[in-house]
Write a protein that binds this ligand. Structure first.
Ligand code: 7TS
Length: 422
């Protein structure tokens, strides 16, 4: 009997990487003659065969444009696309499927909010509250919109250990009558800091501000419920949660989406078009101009099924918490290694530096051993400056990683230290 979970399996299985690994064809390849140790999951995760097949199946059996065709293929494609939307709504605890807008990725979702809501509504003197640990995709769009509108960016400070100083919201008057938007990451892609977003959203709402959550690093790893969080908008990418590249989600509270103007104009987002003006389709279609990534959405729905079949997000989070604890212990024990970020609870990643070895050199050395980590500024340059470094290495984990892989990483780092005479 196969222990491999299949999409839609009713009885959940525990998240056991030794069993699940065989669902990921890429994990059996070698790199430079070594078994691949893939520890760059915060950049993108690998895809289980059920996701690859679900996407291919669209092209094999029912590829057609959606919401346009009367023919059978068109109807099947539309049904699968809308079923994917409903599945994702359930997965993130959204009571109303109309809140799920398909986009390309978290970056597009955040830009949509910044441009379509922010640019239209922000006025000179209004404030947008962010954190210094935002990924550039939840920072640069707000900089652009602030420059256009005269709004001001302010930042919730970090504590020395890497936690967010949420007390500063009230204590330092950061959240005040001028605050229109609070946009924060749920989980930092560098520090691993988990933000207490429900608390921030409650405070933002009480102050009359909108709350935007960048959930790119939390949706793939933690149980998450938009209703419990109480945000207005939430953004994430399919490719970081075992789904295809090029599909992502903006979830919006339906009343917020209703009041938001479209971002792109084009096919399917309209109700009626005159030569001089148009009216808009209902949400979420108002935000889905042009032919969408149908196969991507269907693949993402298969990824959601797969996460459930792997035991669900509680089991996955527990497995990844054990892995992260092991990694932190192992890395902190190594001579000359600095690990960044707070203690648990934290996201399933560890950014670190090895004294005397540039992170790019380290990543290249590790790659020769078949180990994939990321090195660089992780699209968080202000955070690098805050940490006083130009770059770090980062190992990031997922449901298919094992403690043995972290031990392989440790051994390779030790060899790198010798090689570089560090
Ligand atoms: N927000 C966070 C917190 C992220 O970590 C990332 C990507 C994004 C937004 C943007 O996601 P995208 O899918 O739109 O590109 N983070 C990373 C990373 O840490 N390494 O590569 C991409």
């Amino acid at each position: 009997m196969s222990h491999r979970p299949t999409a839609g399996t009713e009885a959940p299985v525990a998240c056991d990487p030794d069993v699940l690994r065989s669902d990921f064809p890429i994990l059996s390849r070698t790199v430079h003659g070594r078994p691949l140790v893939y520890l760059d999951n915060a950049a993108t995760t690998q895809k289980p065969v059920v996701v690859i097949e679900a996407e291919a199946d669209v092209y094999r059996r029912y590829n057609a444009n959606v919401h346009r065709a009367i023919h059978t293929l068109g109807e099947e494609a539309t049904a699968a696309y809308e079923a994917a939307r409903a599945k994702i709504a359930t997965f993130i605890g959204a009571p109303d499927v109309r809140g799920v807008v398909f986009v390309r990725n978290a970056t597009e979702a955040l830009n949509l909010v910044a441009w379509a809501w922010g640019r239209r509504r922000l006025r000179p003197g209004d404030e947008v509250l962010l954190t210094p640990m935002e990924h550039h995709s939840n920072l640069v769009p707000w900089q652009l919109v602030a420059a256009e509108t005269g709004a001001k960016l302010r930042f919730i400070p970090l504590l020395p250990g890497g936690e967010l100083d949420q007390g500063a919201l009230a204590r330092d008057g950061l959240l005040n009558e001028r605050t229109r938007i609070v946009a924060v990451t749920h989980a930092s892609n560098v520090l691993g800091t988990i933000t207490r977003v429900a608390e921030i959203c409650a405070a933002a709402r009480a102050a009359g501000a909108l709350c935007v959550v960048d959930a790119a690093q939390s949706v793939p790893h933690l149980p998450l419920d938009v209703t419990a969080i109480g945000c207005d908008f939430l953004a994430f990418s399919g490719h970081k949660m075992y789904g295809p590249l090029g599909i992502g989600v903006l979830w919006g509270r339906p009343e917020r989406l209703e009041e938001t103007e479209p971002f792109f104009g084009g096919g399917e987002m309209i109700l009626r078009v005159e030569l001089e003006c148009s009216t808009w389709n209902e949400i979420p279609y108002k935000f889905e101009a042009g032919t969408p990534n149908v196969a991507g959405a269907v693949g993402l729905a298969a990824a959601v099924d797969y996460l459930r079949a792997c035991g669900g997000m509680e089991a996955i989070a527990a497995h990844e918490a054990r892995l992260t604890a092991h990694a932190l212990e192992v890395l902190r024990d190594l001579p000359g290694v600095t690990v960044y970020g707070p203690p648990a609870p934290r996201a399933a990643l560890a950014a670190f530096n090895v004294a005397g070895v540039h992170p790019h050199d380290l990543a290249q050395f590790l790659d020769r051993d078949g180990i994939a980590v990321r090195a660089g500024h992780h699209c968080a340059q202000p955070l690098m400056r805050h940490l006083g470094v130009v770059a770090t290495a980062r190992a990031s984990f997922s449901l298919y990683n094992t403690p043995a892989e972290i031990d392989t990483l440790r051994d390779s780092i030790l060899r790198a230290r010798e090689f570089f005479h560090a």
